[in-house]
Design a binder for this molecule. Structure first.
Ligand code: ZN
Ligand code: ZN
Length: 92
């Protein structure tokens, strides 16, 4: 999915998460929609997928299994996705 981040510079824009008016706010263009945030923390809060096992926000690569998202292979396995591993390990 193409994601474009646009810094708004001097333009005051309101964060759509916390409603803060901030002169360093920025827009994130993703999937045909434009989101405005004052910080990456708010952007993550609004846009990052949530792990379906532990509920944390996935801000790294995450693990996708079909339509399901997990923060790590451990969580994917805990939900029954046994084929998922973080890294291939040589078995002896
Ligand atoms: Zn905010
Ligand atoms: Zn998790």
């Amino acid at each position: 999915m193409p994601v474009e981040t646009v810094w708004l510079g001097e333009t005051m824009a309101k964060c759509e998460v916390c409603s803060n008016d901030y002169d360093m706010s920025f827009e994130v263009h993703a999937q045909g929609q434009v989101h405005t945030f004052d910080s990456f923390e708010c952007a993550i809060h609004r846009m990052a997928p949530q792990c379906e096992h532990c509920g944390c926000r996935i801000v790294g690569h995450g693990v996708q299994a079909g339509d399901h998202w997990y923060c790590c292979a451990h969580c994917a396995r805990a939900e029954g996705e046994h084929a998922i591993v973080d890294r291939a390990e040589a078995r002896v």
